[in-house]
Design a protein around this ligand. Structure first.
Ligand SMILES: [Zn+2]
Ligand SMILES: [Zn+2]
Length: 353
């Protein structure tokens, strides 16, 4: 918690915090609203007055203990948009009054084999915003200046927030598919990240067809409205085998079914920080010949690197790609969390600070 706890004793701020692991099946108010000292930036950091913070399924994984914060309490939230209030570093392109974003990648060591080879997402000292250090469900936060991103004026605050996680990790997932234009791609699960991926793929690979697997009829209809070629249930078979599939579900059944829908040499990219164990026994259905033979691959997506965030913001500005968002007032943070837990999902949820 290197960057936590440095603070002024004189000024406080409102913040939502996670104080311990909760079972969301029995407890629908996992976050606690507290007064914390307003943070003070140290050398190389900036202080941001938070405007909005996107709400991500990863908060559920933190709260339920699948990727628990190393120390409590911690302010969650890693899709942060706000106004720079104070700078104390060398970066000349960020000034007080500028609007910036903060993503899941809060800092890395900068010197290990992964950091120096463009794979800082795999750094063992990777600190995650809103898990390892305080995030954006608060009036203020600090971030190292090299881990803040300028955001184009074409986006409102709430449109920009989901670009920082759902969008950036979606972009990384598409990159890991090694697609070429015209190849068929599947998306299993259709939450905030998948709907941005659909729009991204239509732009980057205009001749490719997109196939969406989703349990809910509402999600399938939403996907068809956004221009996918085919939408079916998780267990339905698309009319063609697919070159790659991105899985954004928290469960295993979708993984097994997806492997069956891949072409020889196809790749499944799992975009989930943790899988839930609720249907883990479903993996016993894996049949080597049917699901893995013919050089089919499974690859996970771990975190993001800064260039994922920068490149995705740039492409989203070019398209322009504006996420569908649902806003929650600051005091409704617990409701937003529960809506994600209950899979009441259409587009991306954003907390207005
Ligand atoms: Zn996220
Ligand atoms: Zn490193």
């Amino acid at each position: 918690m290197k960057f936590n706890g440095r603070c002024s004793n004189f000024v406080s701020m409102k913040a939502w915090v996670i104080e311990r692991i909760h079972d969301l099946n029995t407890d629908d108010s996992p976050l606690k609203l507290v007064d914390l000292p307003k943070p003070v930036p140290q050398q190389g950091e900036i202080l941001i007055k938070v405007s909005v913070c996107g709400i991500c399924h990863t908060e559920i994984d933190e709260i339920e203990g699948r990727t628990p914060p190393p120390k409590y309490p911690v302010v969650p939230g890693h899709q942060v948009v706000g106004i720079v209030e104070q700078t104390s570093g060398n970066r000349s392109d960020i000034r007080p009054g500028d609007r910036v974003g903060v993503a899941w990648i809060f800092s890395t060591c900068g010197t290990c084999e992964y950091c120096i080879s463009g794979r800082e997402n795999l750094c063992k000292d990777f600190l995650a915003t809103g898990r390892d250090v305080h995030g954006g469900y608060a009036e203020y936060m600090i971030v190292p200046e090299q881990f803040a991103y300028k955001i184009s004026d074409i986006f409102s605050d709430s449109e920009a927030a989901p670009l920082l996680c759902a969008g950036a990790i979606g972009y990384r997932s598409v990159s890991l598919c090694n697609m070429s234009n015209g190849q068929r791609i599947g998306l299993t699960g259709f939450g905030a990240s998948a709907h941005l991926v659909l729009k991204l793929v239509k732009y980057q690979y205009p001749q490719s067809k997109i196939y969406v697997f989703a349990r809910s009829l509402e999600e399938r209809e939403f996907a068809l409205q956004l221009g996918c070629k085919w939408a079916g249930d998780t267990t339905d078979k698309p009319p063609h085998l697919l070159d790659s599939i991105i899985d954004t579900t928290p469960v295993w059944k979708s993984v097994v079914y997806a492997m069956e829908c891949l072409k020889p040499g196809g790749r499944l990219v799992i975009n989930a920080i943790r899988k839930e164990s609720i249907d883990k026994e479903y993996l016993l259905n894996i049949d080597y010949t049917k699901h893995l033979w013919m050089e089919k691959e499974i690859k996970s997506v771990a975190n993001v690197v800064r260039s994922d965030v920068k490149e995705f913001i740039w492409i989203a500005t070019e398209i322009p790609l504006k996420p569908e968002v649902e806003l929650y007032p600051f005091e409704k943070a617990n409701q937003a969390i529960m809506d994600i837990k209950m899979r009441r999902i259409k587009g991306a949820k954003v907390l207005v600070i």
